[in-house]
Design a protein around this ligand. Structure first.
Ligand SMILES: [Zn+2]
Length: 94
């Protein structure tokens, strides 16, 4: 199973990515460069876990994990082939 290098921590009004190697009470830096001290107890899922994802952390995390940005840039008609394939598999294609 693949090990992730980062996890998400609600901090200062946003969800930031930090190294999985940071342990509670340890000081570190988020992907966007904020200095954090990992809390001893995990922050509550609500409302902290619902804070918006830090755009800069998200971009750097996606680059690290090779996950394309979402929504992906696409042209009109890009999904036509996929739609036809699904229709064919379900027996509704022409
Ligand atoms: Zn961040």
């Amino acid at each position: 199973m693949a090990t992730r290098a980062f996890r998400w921590l609600p901090y200062a009004g946003g969800r930031h990515a930090i190294s999985v190697r940071l342990v509670p009470c340890e000081a570190g830096v988020t992907l966007c460069g904020l200095e954090v001290v990992v809390p001893h107890d995990p922050p509550p899922a609500f409302p902290d876990g619902c804070w918006p994802t830090c755009v800069e952390c998200d971009a750097k995390w996606r680059a690290f994990e090779r996950i394309p940005v979402f929504p992906r840039p696409r042209k009109a008609g890009d999904s036509v082939g996929e739609v036809r394939a699904v229709a064919k598999r379900s027996g509704g294609g022409r």
